[in-house]
Ligand binder design. Structure first.
Ligand code: PEP
Ligand code: MG
Length: 576
């Protein structure tokens, strides 16, 4: 038996068997090669073709697919050996000095967008085939596999070097309950999605991959960030009992479903849920929540190679609106960029993507994509209570620019006689410090605001939310962050503009009493933490408000920590 520690990504206990798996390739990095490296890159490219060819042969041999599907696989081999494509990639390596991965990515991207531009359905399918082959080639070049292994079973605990949102989604689809990753941070999108989908996970265990063999019996203790390898009987029994206690607590909290979301001194607190994938809807319906405060629509991109069409989006938004009506569904327009890239999207590789073409900037720069999404949302708004929220808004002018596109879209639908909710509410996320500092003008211009603490912390403290090496600087309760939250609360109150918090702070028991005490009246929570959040809300009382109203926020981090970990601790502790 061996005990190891790491960082918890999601709470919970899971007992299962280890299985090492390779992760899907990300977009190729953009560095160029020297002329001397050209022959080696050409060789790598041709080796990758041979390796994918062998994979396809294996798929064809092992496949239980019908004839049509087999034809598709066989056609992928034709794409792989398409002489024109091969020439394009080779030219890109020789003339633009792209390394093989970048050359493949760029060449396939060009072909895929040509097919996508043709508004014939069969060409769209062709685009998907090309994308698929391109992804396989890129994976072969980076030495990883993009699909889950065939022998993966629901009691397996996958062990990966790094997690991506698309892999989380694939694991959840495959009914996997937990995973371990060598590198990862609590605030990455992969981690947020893991919590939303209920996957127990730990990251950053030193020597993780070397210490585990496939089929080792593992206990993951996500509450403590601990891993037990090949436990003895006593330990196994201890954790089996713990699983039962957690289950009982869960059942107890679920009983809160019918109770009001109200503080002990009678203040109503609106509790929304965050959603990333439409599949989470069943869980959300079971919460009896006050609506959806954040739908991260960019997750519609993950696990796929092309943009979702207007019809596809409309269907998803309509179903959500209908199922949640009359409560609101806040649809955040695509927040693409950074770790939410699709392998063959529209993005141009950037040196510093978090400060680059991300969120609303990306949508404004890709008008057709933005238009398609806004039209789909507007059409769906006729079927329920939809609100639209723009991510990464810089200031009121930025919001006005997005609203201008929205207005144009509305006019077009109106002239075509298409039904939509003409009083649909438009909001902005407060997640860049400039937006918080300009909250007055944004509160005046917007129908509602929502604080995205994940990015607000990252940009205020200049600390990458995904970089575990600097995680000690990622202090969500830093007085600088709290001061921006406080001034946003004051601005929203001044203009009577509804304000929520939808970042992870709203789902974290430690911060819920603090936020409520500061005057936040709406929280949008990761579904897994919903009932716990409600239990905490119900404990908040007059003393809490008094304590926080007397607290001077211009203090050190240590003093804030005394407040939250000592004075407010009893509000955030839930009894088992
Ligand atoms: C945030 O930044 O807090 C937020 C809710 O958006 P995301 O995590 O999707 O960037
Ligand atoms: Mg954000």
């Amino acid at each position: 038996m061996l005990r190891l520690s790491g960082n918890s990504i999601n709470n919970g206990i899971f007992i299962g068997r280890a299985l090492h798996i390779a992760v899907q390739a990300h977009a190729a990095d953009t560095h160029c090669i020297s002329e001397g490296e050209i022959p080696a890159e050409l060789k790598r490219f041709h080796e990758a073709i041979n390796s994918v060819d062998a994979d396809i042969s294996l798929d064809l041999k092992n496949s239980k697919l019908g004839n049509n599907d087999l034809d598709i696989l066989a056609s992928h081999r034709d794409i792989l050996h398409d002489p024109e494509l091969t020439k394009m990639v080779e030219t890109s390596i020789k003339e633009q000095l792209h390394h093989a991965g970048l050359a493949v990515q760029e060449s396939f991207k060009k072909i895929v967008s040509q097919f996508e531009a043709m508004s014939v359905e069969s060409f769209a399918l062709r685009a998907a085939d090309y994308s698929d082959v391109g992804t396989r080639l890129m994976n072969a070049l980076s030495g990883v596999s993009g699909t889950l292994p065939d022998n993966l079973e629901s009691d397996h605990i996958p062990i990966v070097s790094e997690m991506s949102p698309s892999l989380v989604s694939k694991l959840a689809h495959a009914s996997i309950g937990a995973y371990l990753c060598a590198r990862g941070s609590y605030n990455s999108h992969a981690s947020i999605l893991s919590r939303a989908l209920g996957l127990v996970a730990i990251a950053n265990i030193p020597g993780l991959q070397e210490k585990l063999k496939d089929d080792d019996l593992l206990i993951i203790d996500g509450d403590e960030g601990k891993l037990v390898i090949n436990p003895d009987e006593e330990t196994l029994e201890f954790y089996a009992q713990k699983v039962q206690v957690v289950e009982l607590l869960h059942q107890k909290l679920e009983k809160l479903k019918a109770s009001a979301s109200q503080t002990a001194d009678g203040k109503e607190i609106t509790l929304y849920a965050n959603i990333g994938l439409p599949e989470e809807m069943a869980v959300i319906e079971n919460l009896g929540c006050d609506g959806i405060g954040l739908f991260r629509t960019e997750f519609l991109f993950i696990s796929r190679q092309n943009l979702p069409s207007e019809e596809e989006q409309f269907e998803i938004y309509r179903q959500l609106a209908e199922r949640m009506a009359p409560t609101p569904v806040t649809i955040r327009t695509f927040d693409l960029g950074c770790d939410k890239l699709s392998p063959f999207g529209l993005e141009v590789p950037e040196e510093n993507p978090y400060l680059g073409n991300r969120g609303i900037r990306f949508s404004l720069a890709n008008h057709e994509m933005f238009y398609t999404q806004l039209k789909a949302i507007l059409r769906a708004s006729a079927f329920g209570n939809i609100r639209i929220m723009f991510p990464m808004i810089l200031d009121a002018e930025d919001f006005a620019e997005a609203k201008h596109v929205f207005n144009h879209c509305q006019e077009q639908l109106y002239s075509q006689g298409v039904a939509f909710d003409s009083s649909i509410k438009l909001g902005a996320m407060i997640e860049i410090p400039s937006a918080a500092l300009e909250a007055d003008s944004l509160a005046m211009a917007c129908d509602f605001l929502s604080i995205g603490t994940n990015d607000l912390v990252q940009y205020t403290l200049a600390v990458d939310r995904n970089n575990e090496n600097v995680s000690r600087y990622y202090i969500q309760h830093h007085p600088a962050v709290l001061s921006l939250i406080r001034s946003t609360i004051l601005s929203a109150a001044k203009y009577n503009t509804p304000l929520s918090v939808c970042g992870e702070m709203a789902s974290n028991p430690t911060y819920i009493p603090l936020l409520i005490g500061m005057g936040i009246k709406e929280l949008s929570i990761n579904p897994a933490g919903y009932f716990a959040a409600k239990a905490i809300v119900q404990k908040c009382d007059r003393q809490l408000f008094q304590l926080i109203s007397r607290f001077n926020f211009s203090v050190s981090v240590r003093e804030v920590e005394q407040l939250i970990y000592r004075d407010l601790k009893h509000y955030s502790t839930i009894q088992e």
